[in-house]
Design a binder for this molecule. Structure first.
Ligand code: S3P
Length: 749
């Protein structure tokens, strides 16, 4: 029997006939979507159910409807099998007996191993024009009446091509899903079944089971009357198609059992914690789960900066000619935030942190310690509570520790992890993977640590624990790096004998100050810092000052924007960080400090900056390590100054989140400023700055520097790839707008 409706599609078809076998929610949505896309000349549906046939026609889901497989696939160029997984075998056997010509066959089964086996059994081999597929989309609604042309829009479709899969067949299937707005990805078949068992099959099993358990209790009516909120959210998927799900569990048995066993084990642990009143275990599981869930939500909302998300891009568009006014507090200091988590975790007792920077970098450190079993509450409006586990209480993390863009996390953690008796792997994003780690791996190796690095001493780092006891050493650092110094001091906590580090120039001393704040003795004699093992850290309170590195953008903004007058509150003015103040003042900047005080061992002040004409200078060499992160912003000041500014001795800038010398010089030249990079610095001639498009090279500080350049530019500045601004300065755009900078964000998700 066949039924037909008139086609309404438009556009140039690239597929003649599409045959969709099984017109449930998925098959129906695929048929309807492709029919509307105009990609196929004709869409034929095949389903044995008369009601489905009638609806498919009356709803306009297909052009032609039949209950005969041979009729449906005759002359078809693409055949989609959208029947339940266990019905696949029968359909495939009938297909194998037909002449399919050059037709491409694909399917939508939720488990791929079973479908591929069914294909092999039916055809006696794997036809190269068969492309296994699985759309990760669905709804608790089922049947052709729920068919929705937009069901797959912005959903993932996983294809699991096999060794012999024909590339043109793969391309055609990909093209068809893309026409429905899906994100198509390839994945090895075994990975697909394992991942789906954990992320889809197990949750469905739990939802079905929970509803069944509650429904079979005698007071069920009463229970369901009160079962709004959590119950409804958790069990929404128990309304899904029972036959389809029965088949999934039968077909993906082994992978589901592995996930179910892991879950059962963890559930028993939680049961024991409830029974024993073990508050710490409960809080540990809940805080870890909550933060993981927030992390996943970001990924799902395409906000995270993680590797798979780098396709997302954010541009800043800053308009010329504003100035800045008002009183603001920029987010907490990044360096101090990292250290508060690290030292709080290995301290005994509770550490309460206020003003914690909720940026991606410091959150990466926080997550690393959660992964190592530390119970950390928050962050909530900058408050974090760390339940320290003591120097020897960290546990092996469940997998590699991913620290994203954060060099500080990787370098400091390397030292701490070298002292543990478990093995860890530290990984990072594409930018971090280019940065040098030999500077920590080599001296740690001299202390007796076993560390493998990626090619050329770059990440990932594999730190083998428990190999041999670390030995203290006397190390003279070849580069002025607080990260290297801190890494070695942290390793020194676990070494025999004393560990001394001598720096060629003063670098930030937050680690030394904070160790003392935790009651751990540290000896500082000039450029040499020494630490001995055998003491302990005791939990304490930490008040994180506002980050002078973030304040620097606004200090430069106020200095260059005519008429500006801005107060930055509670900024950390640690003497090892105030290069930006010294340099701007030397250039003629009008900067005054007030309300100077000390909080938790760190000096802070309110900083007032008023517009003042700047002049070019030779930046004193001794200021370079003290302003190492602030140079991108200072280069903007130099571009707005009268005359020439020369920076030397700053080759370190070439190995930051980007090559900041080259990238800044390129950007300034785009805006019409003469900026000549040198091996260890730059020469900038101040002048009139125009507008233009700047590539931030995914470097947060480059993006923010050019955003403030707009105050003096004569045209609009568009900065591309600004997603990483969240690593150090969440809320930058809003704060910038609040003081008068005319800037907006453009999301290209
Ligand atoms: C940091 C030290 C600096 C700095 C980085 C943070 C720290 O790096 O650039 O953003 O927290 O110790 P180096 O010490 O390697 O110069």
């Amino acid at each position: 029997m066949s039924r037909r409706v008139t086609t309404v599609s438009s556009g140039a078809p690239i597929i003649g006939r599409l045959a969709v076998i099984g017109l449930g929610l998925i098959g129906g949505s695929f048929a309807r979507g492709l029919r509307q896309s105009g990609l196929c000349r004709e869409v034929v549906g095949c389903d044995p159910d008369p009601a489905t046939q009638q609806l498919a026609i009356s709803l306009g889901v297909v052009d032609v409807m039949t209950d005969d497989l041979a009729t449906a696939v005759q002359g078809a160029e693409l055949i989609l099998l959208a029947v339940p997984v266990l019905a696949m075998q029968g359909v495939l056997e009938r297909l194998a007996a037909l002449d399919l010509g050059q037709a491409v066959i694909t399917d939508t089964g939720s488990t791929k191993g079973a479908v591929v086996e069914a294909v092999r059994a039916a055809f006696g081999h794997l036809p190269p024009r068969f492309v296994p597929g699985h759309p990760i989309a669905g709804s608790e609604r089922s049947g052709v009446e729920a068919a929705d042309a937009g069901l797959f829009r912005r959903h993932k479709v996983i294809l699991t091509p096999l060794e012999d899969t024909d590339q043109s067949a793969l391309a055609l299937v990909r093209r068809a899903w893309q026409a429905l707005g899906a994100d198509v990805e390839d994945m090895p078949l075994e990975d697909h079944d394992e991942v789906l068992a954990a992320t889809s099959h197990l949750p469905h099993l739990l939802a079905f089971s929970l509803v069944d358990t509650l429904a079979s209790r005698s007071e069920n009516l009463e229970i369901f009357r009160y079962a709004a909120g959590g119950f409804r959210d958790f069990t929404r998927i128990a309304a899904s198609d029972p036959v389809m799900w029965r088949d999934v569990f039968l077909a993906n048995r082994d992978a589901v059992l592995r996930s179910l066993d892991a879950f059962t084990r963890d559930l028993s642990r939680l049961r024991a914690a409830v029974e024993d009143g073990d508050a710490n275990t409960l809080l540990g599981v809940f805080t870890r789960a909550r933060s993981a869930r927030e992390h996943f939500s970001k990924i799902l909302a395409r906000r995270a900066y993680m590797e798979p998300m780098q396709t997302q891009s954010i541009n800043f568009i800053a308009s010329p000619g504003a100035n800045v006014q008002g009183r603001i507090r920029v987010p907490g200091d990044k360096s101090i935030s990292h250290r508060s988590i690290m030292l709080g975790s290995i301290a005994e007792g509770v550490t309460e942190v206020e003003g914690f920077l909720e940026g991606e970098d410091s959150l990466a450190t926080l997550q690393a310690f959660r992964d190592m079993g530390v119970v950390i509450e928050g962050p909530q409006r900058g408050r974090v509570t760390i339940n320290g586990v003591g120097l020897h209480g960290l546990q092996a993390p469940p997998g590699p520790i991913y620290v994203g863009n954060s060099g500080t996390s990787m370098r400091l953690l390397a030292g701490l992890l070298a002292g543990q008796d478990f093995t860890t792997e530290l990984t990072g994003d594409a930018s971090l993977t280019k940065r040098p780690m030999g500077r920590v791996a080599n001296p740690l190796g001299e202390m007796g640590a076993t560390i493998e690095t990626g090619e050329g001493g770059r990440p990932p780092l594999r730190i083998r624990g428990g190999q041999s006891q670390l030995k203290g050493m006397d190390y003279v650092m070849p580069v002025a790096s607080a990260q290297v110094k801190s890494c070695l001091l942290l390793a020194g906590l676990y070494a025999t004998g004393s560990t001394a580090v001598t720096e060629p120039a003063p670098t930030r001393d937050h680690t030394e100050r904070m160790l003392k704040g935790f009651g751990y003795p540290v000896k500082v004699e000039g450029a040499r810092v020494t630490i001995e093992p055998g003491h302990k850290l005791t939990g304490c309170k930490i008040d994180v000052p506002a980050d002078i590195s973030s304040a620097a953008f606004f200090m430069v903004a106020a200095s260059i924007g005519e008429g500006s007058d801005l107060i930055l509150e509670h900024v950390g003015i640690n003497p090892t960080r105030i290069g930006v103040i010294n340099i701007l003042r030397a250039m003629g900047g009008d900067i005054t400090l007030s309300n100077e005080r000390e909080v938790g061992g760190e000096p802070v002040a309110d900083i007032r900056v008023r517009y003042a004409p700047l002049k070019g200078i030779e930046i004193p060499l001794d200021q370079v390590p003290l302003a190492i992160d602030e140079f991108p912003a200072l280069f903007i000041a130099a571009a707005c100054a009268e005359g020439r500014t020369v920076l030397r001795g700053a080759e370190e800038l070439r190995v930051k989140e980007s090559d900041r010398i080259q990238v800044m010089a390129d950007g300034l030249q785009t805006l019409g400023i003469k900026a000549e990079p040198t091996p260890d610095g730059v020469i900038i001639e101040g002048g009139e700055m125009g507008g233009g498009t700047i590539d931030s090279h995914m470097d947060h500080r480059i993006a923010m520097s050019f955003a403030i350049a707009s105050l003096r530019a004569t045209g609009e500045i568009r900065i591309t790839d600004c997603i990483h601004v969240g690593t150090s300065f969440p809320g930058f755009i809003d704060l910038a707008k609040s003081v008068g900078i005319v800037i907006r964000q453009e999301d290209n998700a």
